[in-house]
Design a binder for this molecule. Sequence first.
Ligand SMILES: Cc1cc2nc3c(=O)[nH]c(=O)nc-3n(C[C@H](O)[C@H](O)[C@H](O)COP(=O)(O)O)c2cc1C
Length: 199
Amino acid sequence: MGDIIKLPPAKLKGTMSVEEALHARRSTREYATTALKLQDVSQLLWAAQGITAAAKGLRTAPSPIAVYLVQAYLVAGNVEGLKPGVYSYKPQNHGLELVKSGGLEAQLGTLGQQVFGAAPALVVIASLDDKASKTFGDFAVRASSLEIGHVAENVALQATAMGLGLVTASGFDNGKARDILGLPASETPVYLIPVGRMV
Ligand SMILES: Cc1cc2nc3c(=O)[nH]c(=O)nc-3n(C[C@H](O)[C@H](O)[C@H](O)COP(=O)(O)O)c2cc1C
């Protein structure tokens, strides 16, 4: 494992209720050019996969038999304190490990949606396909998909509560996205979630 970049701790109190976030959540595809802060991405990744029960390693989102079938990544384009690149989120450390360095705006723009190249950051939710197949056999895709839905909604409500705009997008070529992001063949990037400050 490479160097781990520690993220600032996530906050456990905010200013918007769950009900208000449910009411306010909307898909947003245009963002201000302002950078996101490290605290912002810390909070979003914690919402996605943060550890909330250390003894058993349980996370913010549920998982069938707590086996955890997803890996969250951050694509940092314009995030204060992070060099542009793809980072793997490490729940146990609440930290990031660099997977691929360099800005990916142009390449992400080739995935067919302008929003992918325009966001200051993207949260990527990848399915751990080998783990899912070994654990669940024929049920693997359904189990992964259900878990990914939970993770994405966590991110959506968290971003909304922080006043950030986002869209949970799955309309792209998964294999092409895997290559661009530098992910292993055993994983599939299922959701790209561009996120940024509202215009
Ligand atoms: C599984 C799934 C895939 C989606 N894929 C995309 C996408 O590729 N691009 C996009 O702009 N929006 C995508 N969306 C967002 C929907 O277009 C959006 O949720 C819908 O228009 C309702 O708008 P709302 O989210 O503001 O309520 C997706 C939503 C879901 C649940």
